[in-house]
Design a protein around this ligand. Sequence first.
Ligand SMILES: C[S@@+](CC[C@H](N)C(=O)[O-])C[C@H]1O[C@@H](n2cnc3c(N)ncnc32)[C@H](O)[C@@H]1O
Length: 292
Amino acid sequence: MAASGKQATGTVEEASAEDERRILEPGAAPFGNFPHYSRFHPPEQRLRLLPPELLRRLFPQSPEMRPILGLDVGCNSGDLSVALYKHFLSLRDGETCSDASRELHFLCCDIDPVLVERAEKQCPFPDALTFITLDFMNQRTRKVLLSSFLSQFGRSIFDIGFCMSITMWIHLNHGDHGLWEFLAHLSSLCRYLLVEPQPWKCYRAAARRLRKLGFHDFDHFRSLAIRGDMANQIVQILTQDHGMELVCCFGNTSWDRSLLLFRAKQTTETHPMPESLLEEGKERNRLRFWRQ
Ligand SMILES: C[S@@+](CC[C@H](N)C(=O)[O-])C[C@H]1O[C@@H](n2cnc3c(N)ncnc32)[C@H](O)[C@@H]1O
């Protein structure tokens, strides 16, 4: 069976046997929809690289006290979404929002309804984090669901998008064009974008796991022209094709994944980049970029 022929379906009740199968056979999670993903790749690894004051500095309070809106694409069962929310509001375990004057809302989406149902059930901040099942590559549903969320706040774009460990799954299942379109859409939809791309060695590992299980390769794996240094490739696409600029690289996780912050050069809802962060970006920027 080809990976892209599979569908993410089911309910939480049906999920434990399926969970076990996907843990034992990671190739059976063709979208990267691993149950308990955060046990393998804990949120803390990413959070320790991100300044807790990041959002406060990117979006200093405006007189009209607009809430900050975030979009988490590929949220899995919400562990990282919740951790990011707490991190940026500097909340400790069990603490509720201490900075009520500054609202932060996340729309978190995932293609797998079982993971989304789990995320909803577990979320300690149901008023601030909304979880929806959405195949982000389905343009029609995407438009309806994202606009419906944004319109509640009278907005047309998100302040920041989180794109954490999902680019490879989009790329393997939708090819070069799919990855390009995915990044194009995100860059038109978000003023800032935090991206954690999977390196190329992960592509090979994912394809190997699938082959070991006797499945066909991912439809696009062998024909991908965008390959090699994936962090660099994604920087090139976002900066050269989609009108974003790289603000900084916050460093690399122990899984050798970099955390890259981009900013849209032009949006309909403009906001200047704080000088302090630009300086910090220059210092922290450890990547060198070039076209391969
Ligand atoms: C490897 S997990 C990363 C989870 C989380 N972002 C993190 O970094 O901890 C990738 C997630 O992306 C989701 N995903 C893959 N393709 C998707 C798509 N087309 N639309 C929405 N979610 C998708 C998967 O279901 C999976 O939960």
